[in-house]
Write a protein that binds this ligand. Structure first.
Ligand SMILES: [Fe+2]
Ligand SMILES: [Zn+2]
Length: 363
């Protein structure tokens, strides 16, 4: 337990009793400032499942051994209980992650399996979904509520041949992540193609951005550094009543502040604003060179998982990790889908996979 028990104030600050932590809301009731500076245990009793501490101000705390182990910080004993991400390339086409609709709708075990696949691989198909917007929306809601944006919430596109932007709608879209213009980009995105009539093409493509980034990091560390540093202004201003941008321009690769692990990918060259926030002039040349290398990896055949979406088999993917795009097409395609926040997805993933007790203990 090391310094965990020795560090008295920290220990007391985290007391689990009902006076120190609200039993229902699990919020802290301790006023950090009011903790006695000279806090010491008068007795420490080792019981079967934990330690009972009596403090010199008469307060009593109890910590289970499990809790002490989970939260020890010197040394850190807690292990990641999440399975690690599995990188994939185009060969995932042979055995892509799929979850059954029925299973998801019937039980939380089904949701656990589904969210685990999304967490590990960054995406999952769902098989056996009724090809209707209503069923698709209900399916999304099994994870969490649908995120509203300036485009609305759950969306359905019924192409209108007279519409001016149908031409735009048919063109190929290179691999990108969505909503780089939000401070908190959308976490999950689902696409369900309800029908495709009178034409061909329109294959979808997914790219494992974390795999691509790890290749760039290994083969071109300087380019990786540049894309981790140079901030790329992004905006959404197509609708007359909005001009959305993040609270600060963000670089393409966002890392954990302590362990340096890649956490989020933001890459949509089309939604960039003017690149005028360089830290120094040299960066301009370096950035364009780095982007050529980065796009080279993204567009490599080995990176692209290309498939044709089918009615009844939507796909959902982690927009912080997996890039998406599509080939050009002819004819008329009816699509529906929606976004889910990353935090709401992660909460559902944790609770369905590990159970509330274990998740709460680790807070
Ligand atoms: Fe997109
Ligand atoms: Zn207490």
């Amino acid at each position: 337990m090391g310094r965990d028990v020795a560090a008295n104030v920290t220990e007391r600050d985290h007391c689990r009793c009902d006076k120190c932590r609200h039993p229902q809301t699990l919020q802290k009731l301790v006023d950090v400032v009011s903790l006695p500076e000279k806090l010491e245990p008068t007795t420490v009793e080792q019981l079967e499942d934990g330690v009972k501490i009596k403090w010199n101000d008469e307060h009593e705390s109890f910590f289970t051994y499990k809790w002490l182990h989970l939260h020890s910080y010197a040394p850190r004993l807690e292990k990641y209980y999440s399975p690690r991400f599995k990188h994939w390339d185009s060969s995932i086409a042979e055995n892509p992650p799929v979850t059954e609709y029925e299973k998801i709708m019937e039980s939380d075990e089904g949701v656990a399996e589904w969210t685990r696949k999304i967490y590990i691989h960054g995406f999952s198909f769902i098989s056996g979904v009724p090809p209707t917007p209503e069923a698709t929306e209900r399916l999304l809601n099994r994870i969490a509520f649908i995120r509203n944006t300036h485009y609305g919430g759950f969306w359905e596109v019924i192409p209108d041949l007279s519409s001016k932007d149908l031409a735009y709608d048919n063109i190929p879209l290179r691999a990108h992540t969505d909503t780089t213009y939000f401070s908190d980009p959308c976490g999950l995105q689902m696409f369900h193609m309800l029908s495709h009539t009178g034409g061909t093409g329109g294959e979808s493509l997914l790219v494992d951005g974390f795999r691509a980034a790890s290749i760039l990091r290994k083969e071109h560390p300087e380019a990786y550094k540049i894309l981790s540093k140079v901030r790329v202004p992004a905006h959404a201003s197509g609708n007359a009543d909005v001009s959305i941008r993040p609270y600060a321009s963000m670089p393409t690769f966002i890392h954990h502040p302590v362990n340096g692990e890649l956490l989020q990918l933001r890459w949509n060259p089309d939604d960039r604003g003017t690149m005028d926030r360089w830290a120094n002039e040299d960066e301009t040349e370096e950035w364009y060179a780095a982007v050529r290398l980065w796009e080279g990896i993204l567009r490599d055949e080995k990176s692209e998982y290309v498939f044709q979406l089918q009615p009844g088999t939507p796909v959902i993917f982690d927009n912080w990790r997996v890039l998406h795009g599509r080939r050009g097409f002819t004819g008329v395609r009816r699509f529906c889908g929606g976004y889910i926040n990353r935090d709401d997805f992660y909460s559902r993933y944790l609770l369905t996979n590990y159970g509330r007790e274990r998740v709460i203990e680790a807070i």
